[in-house]
Design a binder for this molecule. Sequence first.
Ligand code: GSH
Length: 234
Amino acid sequence: MPADNHASDGARTSPQDAPSPAPYTQPMLPILYSFRRCPYAIRARSAVVASGIAVELREIVLRDNPAAMLAASPKGTVPVLVLPDGRVIDQSLAIMHWALATADPLDWLTGKDADLIATNDGAFKHHLDRYKYADRHGTDPLEHRAAATAILADLDTRLAATGHLAGPRVTLTDIAILPFVRQFAQTDRGWFDTLPLPALHDWLGRYLASPLFAAVMPKFAPWQPGAPTVIFPT
Ligand SMILES: N[C@@H](CCC(=O)N[C@@H](CS)C(=O)NCC(=O)O)C(=O)O
């Protein structure tokens, strides 16, 4: 606007007297430190998407954790959520519960089977790691693959009833467990596809083809201080 535009408007204050506008500040978003392929991070991002909350996503490189993440959560695992008020949530299930307590339009919280999730996070994850990373653990991969498959057979029996683990539709229980079954399946996809577990294959196939899965799996460049903010979901 030209400077003399209000030259005849005696009632107006001069530009020097006008109150200066408040500086624009970006609304503070929760910060989610994440790693794309990590099953724990996938379940946390899934709950964020399901809740409709926006977060600032910071993709990390495992074993090269950013100092800002370690300052918030020294244990050095992802996912880590840092809330605008400074609170830190650094367990994936707790992040899921926080997101869904904020908003749960898909009613995921109606299906919370804590025992099934504990079996996944305990025994199944134990065998998955010793199958997938047998060299690292010095283990017999086939022994652990068989033990994990026995757990999947239990899931298949449950899934045969409704196609989901805790009721008639997808809930927190399905989404908390699916990323780990995906990782197991990917370890040797050809062998996995021969398993006589039809309800499990169908359940995993629906998940991998879902808009939810597409929404949580975009690739992001690793975050570093000063990098442009990445809003998630994109
Ligand atoms: N109990 C944690 C486990 C998270 C976890 O172990 N994440 C892995 C990546 S999938 C990690 O950060 N590992 C790095 C490390 O253990 O040093 C949770 O539920 O969030």
